[in-house]
Design a protein around this ligand. Structure first.
Ligand SMILES: Cc1cc2nc3c(=O)[nH]c(=O)nc-3n(C[C@H](O)[C@H](O)[C@H](O)COP(=O)(O)OP(=O)(O)OC[C@H]3O[C@@H](n4cnc5c(N)ncnc54)[C@H](O)[C@@H]3O)c2cc1C
Length: 303
């Protein structure tokens, strides 16, 4: 069971830092969809917190804004916005399918992007999608009475299962991502059941075509849930950039993904799933970018 002495709902970042400083041991919370099950299911035993500081009503953390160079997503943006927000559907189309695979309607409205990142579960669904968007995390901390801000790539922020570079009493305020309008993208997930399931493998891919040269101008592929941290598959990306994406090349690139599986359980299964996923995702992304590439028949894959 989760109990606490105080529940703060600050409306500004300053007020959130006031609360964090006022009550030592205070815990940040946003949608509580990780925090509550963590306490309730007894994984952490009975949890008593001196205070909870709910950051979900701070306008700065709820903002979505768009410039030519980047899209800013406040950390308290609900996962549901991935699908609902028309700007995100256009500029970051890989996020919509990620939300569709994420839990159910109720959880998607409550769960926040920031909570998903800070929780740093290897099976977190947002991470691969955000990695292909070159996401950067924006952090704020109050030191000597002044708010200090820093930012870093998402790939450097997540250090291991449940571990991030977040400092004590630091708040994740936002993520910024590259707009990828006109690219083709895809998100794939397999779990024990659709949606309300922990991912066994999840991955995202985004592809930009150079129509003049009829080849792949840019390619980004990221996976989660197969190792301790989600990561970009740079070997696959390098194999495809500058090349005409034939069915054989796509298959060969996908096959290199098998080496990424490092989780201890069900390795063979994860390898096979991953290779098929990467191939299917690349084919879908290429198709959404405007180029139909057939999947190589299985019997030809090893020929
Ligand atoms: C039924 C169910 C289904 C689920 N399905 C999925 C799924 O399909 N895919 C998936 O990836 N996850 C899933 N989850 C997990 C969870 O919903 C997500 O990880 C969610 O995004 C967490 O966000 P939250 O706002 O609820 O985090 P919270 O529980 O509020 O917080 C999680 C952690 O992040 C910290 N935190 C939150 N916001 C900030 C911030 N701005 N700055 C610093 N620290 C912060 C908190 O202190 C806490 O340690 C599911 C959970 C449930 C209960």
């Amino acid at each position: 069971m989760l109990t606490f002495d105080h529940y703060f709902m600050p409306r500004t970042l300053e007020a959130a830092f006031d609360a964090l400083e006022q009550v030592p041991g205070a815990r940040l919370v946003a949608g509580a969809t990780d925090l509550l099950p963590w306490a309730r299911e007894g994984r952490a035993g009975d949890v008593h917190l001196p205070a909870m500081v709910d950051v979900s009503r701070i306008p700065e953390l709820c903002d979505i804004s768009v410039t030519e160079q980047r899209v800013l997503l406040g950390a308290a943006t609900p996962i549901a916005a991935y699908e609902r927000d028309a700007r995100l559907r256009r500029l970051a189309p890989v996020l919509g399918p990620c939300a569709a695979w994420f839990a159910d309607d109720q959880i998607r409205e409550q769960a926040t992007i920031g909570g998903n990142i800070v929780n740093a579960s290897p099976a977190g669904d947002s991470q691969p999608a955000l990695l292909v968007l070159n996401a950067r995390v924006h952090l704020a901390r109050r030191e000597g009475g002044k708010i200090q801000r820093r930012e870093m790539p998402l790939s450097e922020f997540i250090l291991g299962p449940g571990k991030t570079a977040l400092k004590d009493r630091e708040i994740l305020t936002a993520l910024t991502i590259d707009p990828i309008e006109g690219w083709g993208s895809a998100f794939e997930k397999v779990g024990h059941r659709r949606s309300l399931a922990i991912s066994t493998v999840c991955m995202a891919t985004a592809v930009k075509l150079d129509w003049a040269r009829r080849n792949v101008e840019a390619c980004r592929v990221a996976i989660g849930a197969v190792g301790p941290v989600p990561e970009r598959l740079s070997a696959i990306e390098a194999m495809l950039v500058g090349q005409v994406p034939t069915p054989r090349l796509v298959r060969e690139a996908a096959q290199t993904a098998a080496d990424q599986v490092r989780s201890r359980s069900r390795q063979e299964y994860r390898r096979e799933v991953l290779v098929n996923f990467v191939e299917r995702a690349l084919v879908s992304a290429l198709s959404r970018a405007g180029l139909e590439v057939a999947r190589l028949p299985k019997e030809m894959a090893h020929a």
